[in-house]
Design a protein around this ligand. Structure first.
Ligand code: PLP
Length: 356
């Protein structure tokens, strides 16, 4: 696929922000973006790298009305030898196209996604920050742009990738989360879109997240839609437990998004001498286990935080602490190992890094 590269004009270059503290998450964007359009019958056309800036879209575009959209999230990491590396990006492409299928959006060819991203990163390489634990967050997205209010899969769509330099997630060390078990609202139901990375899932999570914040919690722990009994995900992260010394996480299903961090931790754990179990975990088992100490660690996993330790669980009118609110040893070991691989400090034995 031909990729057109539009030159930047002198005034279009932004000041680069490099200090971790000033970066934050998803607040700053680089100079350029990748864009490509799709029309039914024609396929993908006009793949281009253009100056970062607003889109002009028809107010009737389907994405504004029916939420037909998907996205991805991955990072580029500065390596000790000065190279820039992606972490398992082929997993993001595969998931992107699974999400696309569920939302009746067109498949994005590997060539457009990977070659487009690679070229964009080459042009924007100076934007990959190199302060400790910083990275360049990559956000691919696909939206329905057809201007028509009839409810149907749009016949015109746009794919784009934007880049955002992000600071260290834990600038002053881990801070265990206080999470509220949500037994009324649900994130995902069988047959729904829970396993797809689509904006609607996030929109539907905001009310519960806001209520949890008002009650003094950081995030929500989502339970299954049918019985409100099994633990599924924490906010937009997968969830892990250390139970009787074993690493436990719920099995993937239609209601649990298959995280690439989750998958990577499941590969790494056995090599670190940890036994792994994918099985349902009920609220009762979690709360009883936290009280008795059998559940000794709880953490979320996702690209942004990598690993997010949980220190407290709220359920109805009860509050239960995990290991006295301390960060667990295995949580820390898994975090150090995975971030070590991503930043090139630990040998990449499973061949996960893709250097540009
Ligand atoms: C993105 C996401 C995750 C984490 O996936 P990673 O690939 O590890 O970043 C987990 N749950 C939900 C609902 C998500 O959207």
């Amino acid at each position: 696929m031909e990729l057109r590269i539009e030159p930047l004009l002198a005034g279009q270059l932004k000041d680069k922000i490099t200090a971790s503290a000033a970066l934050g998450f998803g607040k700053h964007f680089t100079d350029r973006m990748l864009v490509a359009d799709w029309r039914q019958g024609q396929g993908w056309y006009d793949a281009r790298i253009v100056p970062y800036g607003p889109f002009q879209l028809d107010p009737a575009a389907a994405v504004f009305h029916y939420g037909q959209e998907i996205f991805e999230g991955l990072k580029a990491y500065h390596q000790p030898d000065g190279a820039i590396a992606l972490f398992r990006p082929e997993m993001n492409l595969a998931r992107f196209n699974r999400s696309a299928a569920r939302l009746a959006l067109p498949q994005v060819p590997a060539e457009l996604f990977m070659d487009g991203l690679t070229e964009l990163l080459r042009l924007e390489a100076e934007w990959v920050p190199d302060a400790p634990e910083t990275s360049l967050y990559i956000r691919p997205a696909l939206i329905a742009t057809e201007a028509a209010l009839g409810v149907k899969a749009a016949r015109e769509c746009r794919f784009f990738i934007i880049l955002s330099p992000v600071g260290a997630y834990y600038p002053s060390g881990f801070k265990p989360l206080r999470i509220l078990l949500e037994d009324q609202l649900v994130r995902a139901a069988p047959g729904g879109t829970g396993a797809a990375k689509t904006g609607g899932n996030y929109a539907a999570s905001l009310l519960g997240a806001g209520e949890a914040k008002n009650r003094g919690f950081d995030q929500v722990l989502w339970l299954d839609a049918l019985e409100h009994r099994y633990v599924e995900e924490v906010s937009a992260m997968n969830i892990f437990f250390v139970i009787d010394g074993r690493l436990v996480t719920p099995p993937l299903s239609e209601t649990i998004l298959g995280g690439i961090t989750r998958d990577s931790l499941l590969w790494l754990a056995p090599a670190l001498g940890l036994e792994v179990e994918e099985r349902p975990v009920a609220v009762d088992e979690l709360l009883d286990g936290a009280r008795s100490g059998q559940v000794s660690e709880v953490f979320g996993s996702g690209t942004a935080a990598v690993v997010a330790p949980v220190g407290e669980l709220g359920y109805r009118h009860e509050l239960v602490r995990i290991a006295d609110g301390e960060v667990g040893k295995l949580t820390r070991l898994l975090y150090d190992t995975l971030t070590g691989i991503q930043y090139g400090r630990v040998a990449d034995k499973l061949g996960w890094l893709r250097k540009l």
